[in-house]
Write a protein that binds this ligand. Structure first.
Ligand SMILES: NC(=O)c1ccc[n+]([C@@H]2O[C@H](COP(=O)([O-])OP(=O)(O)OC[C@H]3O[C@@H](n4cnc5c(N)ncnc54)[C@H](O)[C@@H]3O)[C@@H](O)[C@H]2O)c1
Length: 344
């Protein structure tokens, strides 16, 4: 199927990531935004977004209760889901059942069985279900992947990941009901398994609550810092550190050691300026948030989704890889809880 006509779209959820996708949907010129769907408390914001993006006359507002009319709208080809994680399953299932293609924010659902269920329905309906692991579409990360695959560093031996963010709000933790591995570290898990090209055979994890905001994470029976090791059948070892509250901006580093060389990504800063005096050498601050660091990956990810629907590209995030990331995340959560090495 090849079509260059803009596709009709409905966006569920106009919060933080929803607004990022909305802007990219408009900028792409490949989607006509037919509906914005959110709770009544967000309808004022939605009206403002419609004005800001000059969508008046093209885009309607719906609340969640009456969202079935959105899904029954024959002008809607794709549904983009940016609502809190516990709501994904129901929206994905209803959208696929209504014959729509779906792009959904990570994690796809709260459980492995629900994720499998969604992909099974997508297969039956012959529709695309795309889990938005945006890190795969980041320039640095994508190039790292390509260089390793073309043999620049030989066979893979060790992968090291560091992800440190500036904290989550109480409301986010309350709404999303997924702890650190499923909510945050799943980005790293997905990327590592994609790079290594297989499922780990065993994993183990340790965690601590050590940030200045420790009490918040304790309230949600979570930790704010984890380290984990993923051991792969082909001999690769991966090591991850994920920290919720680092107070240093958004830190993201990857190091990949192969038999012939090493590839490292660099932290991205607000500017590449470096001020040098006799007594100091000072570079600029790190980018502040995940959204700043990954700004460029989101439009690329969205274009990929449209290309897949238009038959121009093979989907980069397969059902199998999405399920593997969920399984590893669950195994790591079990290891964190029990202190055991967990075999997959
Ligand atoms: N890929 C990424 O980089 C990334 C970054 C942030 C968040 N996320 C994911 O995106 C999702 C949303 O996160 P967020 O930070 O944007 O949250 P948010 O709270 O800022 O926004 C969620 C929005 O969904 C609305 N909403 C709640 N229930 C709804 C429903 N049933 N139907 C329609 N709208 C509903 C809320 O009113 C709110 O406007 C989560 O699953 C999260 O894991 C992904």
């Amino acid at each position: 199927m090849t079509s260059n006509k803009p596709l009709g779209a409905a966006l569920f959820g106009v919060g933080r990531i929803g607004q990022v996708h909305l802007k990219n949907m408009v900028d792409s010129g490949r989607l006509i935004i037919r509906w914005l769907v959110d709770i009544p408390a967000q309808h004022g914001l939605m009206a403002e977004l419609i004005k800001r993006h000059r969508l008046t006359g093209e885009t309607q507002i719906s609340d969640i209760e009456s969202s079935q009319k959105v899904l029954s709208d024959p002008r809607v080809d794709v549904v983009i889901i940016c609502t809190p994680t516990p709501t994904h399953y129901d929206i994905i299932k209803r959208a696929l059942a209504a014959g729509k293609h779906v792009m959904c924010e990570k994690p796809l659902t709260l459980t492995i069985s629900d994720t499998k269920d969604c992909y099974e329905l997508a297969r039956k309906q012959k529709k695309t279900l795309f889990c938005a692991y945006n890190r795969r579409f980041d320039k640095q990360f994508h190039t790292l992947y390509q260089r390793y695959k073309r043999g620049d560093i030989g066979n893979l031996r060790v992968v090291k990941f560091t992800s440190r963010e500036g904290g989550q709000s109480k409301q986010y933790l309350q709404n999303n009901k997924s702890r650190i591995f499923l909510d945050m570290a799943i980005h790293d898990i997905d990327y590592i398994c994609w790079l290594v090209g297989e499922r780990p055979s065993s994993v183990c994890a340790f965690g601590s609550i050590s940030s200045y905001n420790a009490e918040l994470y304790q309230t949600f029976d979570d930790v704010d810092c984890v380290t984990a090791i993923l051991n792969f059948p082909n001999g690769v070892m991966a090591q991850m550190e994920d920290t919720r509250e680092a107070n240093i901006g958004y830190e993201q580093k990857v190091e990949v050691l192969g038999t012939k060389g090493l590839i490292q990504t660099q932290n991205m800063k607000t500017s590449e300026l470096c001020t040098i005096t006799q007594n100091s050498c000072q570079s600029e601050a790190l980018l502040g948030t995940f959204f700043d660091r990954y700004k460029d990956s989101f439009p690329t990810e969205l274009n990929h989704f449209v290309d897949v629907i238009e038959g121009k590209e093979e989907i980069l995030v397969s059902a199998e890889s999405c399920i593997i990331a969920m399984e590893v995340s669950e195994a790591l959560s079990e290891s964190l809880k029990t202190g055991n090495i967990v075999k997959l």
